[in-house]
Design a protein around this ligand. Structure first.
Ligand code: AHR
Length: 512
């Protein structure tokens, strides 16, 4: 691995032979990058909820608000988490929400059969989750139990969380549990991975079940819109999307999910930290497949919904490796390196560029599970490289996407090649333009020229996330090894921006 030195944001190293060229059409923006593209996912899995976000109301060792860790709350507020999906994942189709309300000592326990058969004591339930979302300023996204639940159970959950006071027994139950006013939950998932852990259904059967469940998910106030998300396809199962779009009336459907993990091989996922360049390359191939997946699922949807009323929610995405040595195999706890920063930067660029159809995405998962933004260990907490990418990119939330084209050098591995450069851009409400750039090449710096049309800029600044080894990560001993730094390496001359991007780095430029 080459040694790279970062001095005041300027990188010294070998320069790639060719120029990468980006053409940015600064006056052609029309689609909004829905902030929910920067969404997250929290499942009752390992130490995501218990020990990660929630440490219990009586905890005197770890500072908390109503049992939720204050350090996690503060970090997530800074991240501007727009939407949080809960309680699963596979767990959702085993979850009976009424077990998780009322006095905690009366709540029944169950075995978490998907994730290690550990005891789930239901101490973190609907009230705890929805109150936490209020504290975070995040919209809740509840995943309903379709696999082992009933339409009545899901209908009751809707009433418990959004119907007005005194309108039926469910809001009364809410009031008895100390909450008078509804939480106004907008986002609802109708099951999870119905083709697999959610019930092993065929798409035609799921489409029928979906129609049945949705019929009884009634809003209490006609002005209150429920956004219904169908359990979507795994990866490239385009037939799943086709059947859902064909068989579900579109006035019953607001989004179709898609799940895609960047995994090298499901039978041999390899270490999260001790990986070689070939493994890195394969991970990036998987991550960049997202471009094809989104394009082709969207093309299927275009056939049935040319006006793009129904959106795509990529409600699970991210890197998936072997668990850290010595940890419970069912808890999916993995470290997070610069490789994960590359997955995050390129995936978010893809979602931004497809924001006409992709209106939500949820990184799996928020704390201590898979490609987490936060890791905790007792009272210690750290922010991962993925956190930093999502924080740097949050300038795109609800901004107008600016179209761009990228002519990129190749990042080669044997006979295979990937584009080294990935990019997206947007203009925010204050008129600032942000351009996010990723160089996935493991060893070559990239010279980039950005030709702008339709705007006259006078100043450029930026931030960079880089490190000297792809395998580097933030540890509890050294939690700030990788963090964003000011980037002064871009120059502006007329309508041309020029910069050099170090190997495996992410830069977000601000131009005005
Ligand atoms: O995120 C972990 C698991 O991956 C989820 O529970 C499931 O939906 C997916 O298969």
């Amino acid at each position: 691995m080459k040694k790279w030195i970062l001095i005041a944001g300027v990188c010294l190293g070998n320069t790639a032979f060719a120029q990468n060229e980006i053409t940015l059409q600064a006056d052609k923006g029309k689609d909004i990058i829905n902030k929910n593209i920067y969404g997250h996912f929290a499942e009752h899995l390992g130490h995501c909820i218990y020990g990660g976000m929630y440490v219990g109301e009586g905890n005197t060792k770890i500072p908390n608000k109503d049992g939720v860790r204050l350090d996690v709350i503060n970090a997530l507020k800074k991240l501007k988490v727009p939407v949080l999906r809960w309680p699963g994942g596979c767990f959702a189709d085993t979850y009976h929400w009424k077990d998780g309300i009322g006095p905690k000592d009366k709540r029944p326990s169950m075995l978490n059969v998907w994730w290690g058969n550990v005891k789930e004591d239901n101490s973190f339930g609907t009230n705890e989750f929805l109150n936490m979302c209020e504290v975070l300023g995040a919209e809740p996204y509840l995943s309903g139990n379709v696999g082992s639940g009933t339409p009545q159970e899901l209908s009751d959950w809707v009433k418990y969380t959004i119907h007005p006071n005194g309108s039926s027994p469910m809001p009364e139950l809410r009031a008895q549990n100390g909450r008078q006013n509804p939480w106004h939950v907008k986002y609802w998932g109708i099951g999870n991975e119905a083709w697999g852990c959610g019930g092993n259904m065929r798409p035609e059967y799921y489409a029928n079940i979906y129609r049945q469940y949705v019929t009884f998910m009634t809003n209490g106030d006609p002005k209150e819109k429920i956004f219904r998300i169908a359990s979507g396809a795994s990866d490239n199962d385009y037939n799943w999307t086709e059947v859902l779009m064909r068989d579900i009336p579109h006035n019953m459907l607001d989004a179709v999910g898609v799940h895609h993990y960047s995994v090298i091989n499901w039978n041999k996922k390899s270490s999260a930290t001790a990986f070689n360049e070939e493994e890195y390359y394969t991970t990036m191939q998987r991550a960049l497949e997202m471009e094809t997946l989104v394009t082709r699922h969207a093309a299927v949807m275009d056939k049935y919904d040319p006006n793009k009323k129904v959106s795509i929610a990529v409600d699970e995405w991210g890197g998936w490796y072997d668990v850290e040595p010595g940890t419970n195999g069912a808890f999916l706890f993995q470290q997070n390196t610069m490789r994960d920063a590359m997955i995050a930067g390129t995936s978010l660029n893809i979602f931004n560029n497809h924001c006409d159809r992709v209106k939500m995405a949820n990184l799996a998962q928020i704390v201590n599970v898979l490609q987490a933004v936060i890791l905790t260990n007792e009272e210690k907490m750290l922010l991962t490289p993925t956190y930093h990418v999502m924080e740097m990119y949050n300038v795109h939330q609800d901004a107008t996407m600016l179209p761009l084209t990228v002519k990129s050098n190749d990042y080669k591995m044997g006979k295979e090649k990937l584009s080294a450069i990935s990019a997206s851009a947007s203009k925010d409400k204050n008129g600032l333009t942000h351009i996010s750039l990723v160089n996935i090449d493991a060893s070559k710096e990239q010279d980039i020229t950005i030709n702008v049309s339709g705007a006259n800029y006078s100043a450029v600044s930026g931030r960079i996330l880089a490190s000297d080894k792809l395998q580097n990560y933030n540890s509890f001993e050294n939690p700030e090894k990788i963090k964003p730094m000011p980037f002064n390496g871009a120059t502006l001359s007329g309508t041309t921006l020029k910069l050099k991007l170090p190997p495996f780095s992410v830069v977000v430029l601000e131009v005005k």
